[in-house]
Write a protein that binds this ligand. Sequence first.
Ligand code: HPA
Length: 253
Amino acid sequence: MLGIIGGTGLTQLANLEITHRQVARTPYGEPSGALIFGLICGQEVVFLARHGYGHTIPPHEVNYRANLWALKDHGVDRVVSVATVGGIHPDLIPGTLAIPDQIIDYTHGRSATYAFGNDKPVFHLDFTTPYCEAMRAALLQAAAGAGISLRDGGVYGAVQGPRLETAAEINRIERDGADMVGMTGMPEAYLARELSLCYAAVGVVVNHAAGRGSSADGIQMGEIQAVLGEVMLQVRRLLEQLVINDAAGLCTF
Ligand code: HPA
């Protein structure tokens, strides 16, 4: 089953016919909220709002381990994560959607593995390709089907937040090779790998990163809100098309 993790601006899915809600418990504590099961075009999916349904959980306090564990425990084998980002690459202007293919992790102090305790053998998991290529391909195919333009690829710089960056930090992150910057991409992507979930992200560019373009003199929250409203309509269409393709057996997960 497909799991959808919604970020800022996507705390519910208008096109989801809700069938039931399930409060989940995990060995890692409680997820951000109840799992919402429903149908999109007759196909069962489960939705979880990363920051809680009232958008009250900041990025560094999200229980990423519980969220992914709960999804897997309830039959999810593939995950689309929707996350807002600031655009660093000149192509990534506000309102753009991007499917990143790489990550640089700048976060710290987050519970970033299920491997705790010395009763299990040490393991080191390959993370060369951090996103599931089959899910990335399915998203690109869905975008083509729905007539939505998407940027294929890009490096996601995962920062700690909750504050936004300084202009100098964005310059440094760009020199490192990042194209976009967001606060929730890690450890989510890695934990999905530990659980063998096929995971990919949709980066929703809601602002120019600090010091760039319209954010040259600061990031305007009002501008972010305006972009979010518009672009999330496209994200909803994209997810709907993804599920339609899935139902028609077009996606090979
Ligand atoms: N920086 C970090 N995270 C973000 C940004 C940003 O500019 N925009 C949306 N999430």
